[in-house]
Design a protein around this ligand. Structure first.
Ligand code: NDP
Ligand code: 8X3
Length: 246
């Protein structure tokens, strides 16, 4: 029985990943700050699920939670680096610097730090690291500024890890979704109305769509690595360049 650690398992893509991996017979460690949601998931998934409540930006709390893992959850085979957020849609010149700091601390620093911590064990077990990046890593849009920058880091970090881990048997993949209906827009804007407007009529992807992709990547034969994978709902596509005219 293999073990996966999914960060940000209290909602959206991460929660769907926890359900999908548990359904496929994996042991799942799920993290997040909202302990009641982790407990609810434990109620559904049972002994296959271990809740680990901590803020990813708090390394001491993280280390204490990992040190307290029950014996059967200690050998982590797969890390799904999913916890993350966007805050705000303002242009850079109007943005809140604290929001930028929170995105960088969460999406970049915490993700790199956890990966660094788990790499020795992942190498020992020829495991896998699956990163949830975003289409925002590749396609800039107004108001995406630092969020897009953090997701470009995630994608490039994944590709860089592939180089460093050559010969170890560890697989690394950058998953780059477009629009997925989760709590993402509610967190970003603080408005349920804005969230409903974003997803309304768009037939967006679901957390389950992404989770099935993550599970598929994690379950491929050990000689196969998906380097990066970009997904969008059919309704989402590309816009042209913007030209500011005098
Ligand atoms: P949700 O807001 O539904 O889920 C975000 C998850 O991240 C929650 O479980 C949340 O847990 C966790 N999280 C955020 N900050 C922290 C923190 N400081 N400490 C611990 N956990 C934290 O959004 P999504 O499911 O959509 O987002 C998951 C990932 O997918 C993110 O990295 C996002 O950038 C990425 N993504 C999302 C897309 C979308 O359209 N939805 C598209 C492309 C990528 P809690 O609040 O309980 O701590
Ligand atoms: C989330 C997708 O396009 O809202 O990463 O930035 S987008």
């Amino acid at each position: 029985m293999k073990t996966v650690l999914v960060t940000g398992a209290t909602s959206g893509i991460g929660e769907a990943c926890a359900r999908a991996f548990a359904g496929a017979g994996w042991r799942v460690i799920g993290t997040g700050r909202r302990v009641e949601r982790l407990e609810a998931l434990k109620g559904v998934l049972g002994d296959a699920f271990h809740p680990c409540a901590y803020d990813v930006r708090d390394e001491e709390a993280r280390d204490a939670a990992l040190a307290a893992l029950p014996q059967e959850f200690r050998a982590i085979d797969c890390l799904v680096n999913n916890a993350g957020l966007a805050l705000g849609t303002q242009k850079a010149q109007e943005a809140d610097l604290n929001a930028w700091r929170t995105m960088i601390d969460t999406n970049v620093t915490a993700l790199a730090s956890l990966t660094h911590k788990l790499l020795p064990g992942l190498i020992e077990r020829k495991g896998a690291v699956i990163m949830i990046s975003s289409v925002a890593a590749t396609y800039p849009y107004a108001g995406g500024n630092v969020y897009g920058g953090t997701k470009a880091f995630v994608r490039q970090f994944a590709l860089g890890l592939r180089s460093d881990l050559a010969g170890t048997g560890v697989r690394v993949c950058s998953i780059e979704p477009g629009m997925v209906e989760t709590e993402f827009t509610l967190v970003r804007t603080g408005s349920q109305e804005a969230s409903d407007k974003m997803y309304g009529g768009a037939h967006p992807m679901t957390g389950e769509d992404i989770a099935q992709t993550v599970l598929w990547v994690a379950s491929l034969p050990p000689h196969l690595n998906i380097n990066s994978l970009e997904l969008m709902p059919v309704s989402q596509s590309f816009a042209g360049f913007h030209v500011a005219r005098e």
